[in-house]
Design a protein around this ligand. Sequence first.
Ligand code: HEC
Length: 104
Amino acid sequence: MHRISAALLSSLAVVTLANVASAADAGNGEKLARRWCVSCHVVAADQRQGNTQADPFSAMAKLPGLDAGKLALYLLLPHPKMPDMNLSRSEAADLAAYIAKQGR
Ligand code: HEC
């Protein structure tokens, strides 16, 4: 029972975030990326250097199964190797939309 409700909750969260992501502003995502993410990730084609441990956004966008909704969710969860950036939901969605665009 417990497991089922957890699975349900997380899929609901993904659906909700996917909806947020569809209204997201990739242009604002780019601004945020250039401010918060450049120190480690290569965030745009015109940027040469990043941190070797962190994937460039263009590579991330091509990871199978990683769509804007999942990216936004990932950005809202704390993860050990990245500083906690306290992104709002809409900032996470904008960033995710921007990252997802890099693959095209
Ligand atoms: C202090 C360095 C640092 C900063 C700043 C940083 N990241 Fe990361 N990020 C990393 C590292 C290192 C990883 C690889 C994590 C791992 O291997 O567990 C990572 C992984 C990720 C991933 C998971 C996908 C993947 O390729 O592993 C996403 C998505 C991501 N970062 C997005 C962002 C965004 C968006 C920002 C800016 C808001 C950001 N990061 C800022 C270091 C950073």
